[in-house]
Ligand binder design. Structure first.
Ligand SMILES: [Zn+2]
Length: 311
């Protein structure tokens, strides 16, 4: 044994003995709704002593099932983080908070909060007839506003919120769970991005808010911001890596090109053109998942394109 290895072994043992115990990395649980819940995802980020929810699903059944999944972890709910102001992401907050003496905070950017407050009644009027009792009678709005770039920490898990502005909704945002730098003894953990509906992965897209140009720009911003090894958790469809952003971009570009060709400058598409649009998009993405959104987005996107030509 040479001198160097003789000393190296006790030194390593001494360091190991005095090193602070590494807090386990958060565990991310996904709740994925089925067709009746618009295939929306909510996530539960489990820390050693609590859980942070990201979004809350749409229907009574899904949000009660999400609550049951949360309760099965046997830890307190520390906060709910909202990605954007569409009902399939915030309707279920009420069931997550129900029965708690001190309800945990519901966090959103000012932009997301104002979209929820401005549109909640209209969304209920539009969708309750379709969803009936599955539409929560009471919705719970954000209780804490966060600034763009603000970081919040719950039980050692730090999230940073990024405001995006108009895109899939009138005002999008996304949340990044910070990773940990590794060292010689402990491997690091890459961060995780909860990107809301910046991507509907392998699912047809909701374009009826008419901001597809903003949405494409948002995708670029998120793509530039994420590390290549980061786990990405979308608002609909399977989690994966940042490559899902390029896929969504190409979905939207294909849709916009098809609408431009079929509308020829008009702000609406007739029923024949809408049927052709459905055919084109189902060639691009051969799935029924949310395919009713293809027709729903046709006129808003035609109007968006017509307005941008007139500018
Ligand atoms: Zn959604």
């Amino acid at each position: 044994m040479n001198t160097r290895s003789f000393w190296a072994v006790p030194l390593a043992l001494a360091l190991a003995g005095t090193a602070p115990a590494q807090t386990p990395a958060p565990v991310i649980h996904r709740y994925a709704a089925g067709a009746t819940g618009m295939f929306v995802n909510a996530y539960l980020v489990e820390t050693p002593h609590g859980v942070v929810a990201i979004d809350a699903t749409l229907t009574e059944s899904d949000s009660k099932a999400l609550r049951a999944q949360l309760d099965s972890l046997g830890k307190p709910l520390l906060a709910v983080l909202i990605t954007h102001g569409h009902p399939d992401h915030y309707n279920g907050v009420t069931n997550l908070l129900a029965g708690r003496a001190v309800p945990p905070p519901v966090l959103a950017t000012a932009g997301v909060d104002s979209v929820i407050r401005a549109n909640d009644a209209a969304k209920e009027a539009q969708w309750k007839p379709l969803f009936g009792d599955e539409w929560p009678a009471q919705r719970t709005f954000p209780s804490r506003i966060v600034r763009d770039g603000e970081s919040v920490t719950f039980d050692g898990a730090t999230f940073i919120v990024h405001a995006l502005g108009p895109g899939e909704s009138y005002n999008d945002s996304y949340w990044v769970l910070q990773g940990r730098r590794g060292n010689r003894r402990n491997p690091g953990t890459p961060g995780a991005a909860f990107i809301g509906d910046v991507v509907l992965n392998g699912v047809h897209a909701y374009m009826a808010d008419g901001h597809t140009a903003g949405w494409l720009a948002n995708i670029e911003r998120v793509r530039d911001a994420l590390a290549p090894d980061m786990a990405v958790y979308p608002g609909h469809g399977d989690p994966g890596g940042p490559d899902m952003l390029a896929w969504e971009s190409s979905y939207l570009s294909t849709y916009r090109s098809a609408v431009a060709m079929l509308a020829r400058g008009s702000a609406t598409l007739d029923s024949t053109a809408k049927a052709q649009l459905v055919t084109r998009m189902k060639q691009f993405l051969p799935t029924d998942r949310l395919d009713m959104l293809i027709t729903m987005g046709a006129d808003p996107v035609a109007a968006e394109l017509a307005a941008s030509r007139g500018r």
